[in-house]
Design a protein around this ligand. Sequence first.
Ligand code: UVW
Length: 333
Amino acid sequence: MTRLPSIAASLGIASISLALSLGAFADKPSNWGKWGKDDERGAANYIQPQQIVQAAKLIKSGKTFSLAIPLDNTGPVFPSRIAPQHIMVATGADYTAGQTSPYGNAKFADDYIYMPLQGSTQWDALSHAWYGDTLYNGVDQGAIKSAPAAGGATKLGIENVKTGFVGRGVLIDVVAYKGGSLPEGYAISRADIEGALKKQKSAVKEGDVVIIRTGVVPDYYKLAGPAEKMQFIASPQAGIDLDVVDWAAESKVSGLAADNIALEVIPNPSPEKTFAVHGALLKDLGIYIGEIWWLEELAADCAADGRYEFFLAAQPLNITGAVGSPLNPIAVK
Ligand code: UVW
């Protein structure tokens, strides 16, 4: 029996809207005004020069780890989106077939990518998701316009953090803590996060990017064909629940990332909390969301040397008015 239609319906994929119902999380912690009434950077403000200097001291071996999946059309994407399309517009094969170069003996290959900016390893900008009529720091939803003529996200665009997320990263290996792959639709709780940190003997500091290993993305890549993969991405997935948001607020993290498709558990076990983690992190707290990260080699290395902290360079592309950005995060140990 395929679960695709029922899960798709419960996620509201046909007409997906991430604008959640007004007031649903009114009693939740908020960072509005904390960095000024016009602030557009949110929790990226936690990363100050002093923290970057301290984070650089975590570099001991010079080993580097890419935390990105391959940016191509084989990766997992949320079912409402297409996978990245890589298009070649000038190739060596063209010349072999008789094409001549307008530049004499000098030849060029050229290519384009057409993709959802949320369609690979990514950061969500603070303009990506909200509930009610306003976004982080009270920005009116009308500030998120069409592009390019109207400017796209005229507030809270990803370019506000073009230098952001260079500093201390911490891996929280929930897969290792739970002793294996998480069951589909597993809601990672605050107790899981605190338990995993205790097991690892690691601590989170103000400004950290916290990266949570769920095992969802590696499980996707283990599947054989397109049909299984499509079914997998439309099925329930492990991710964080709302009480982890409270922990993140108290811990003063700058970003929360994971190797799954939406960071949060989908669907949420409580239907009224559909995409509530997105609203609480991005709108209430200004904490950035990272999704579809790749953690396998880094996790193996952390388990081997017992060091789950590292220097992280995870800056987004400087895309004007974008509500998210693909990136190739690099952990350095
Ligand atoms: C989902 O996949 C819904 O999350 P995001 O829109 O943040 O990519």
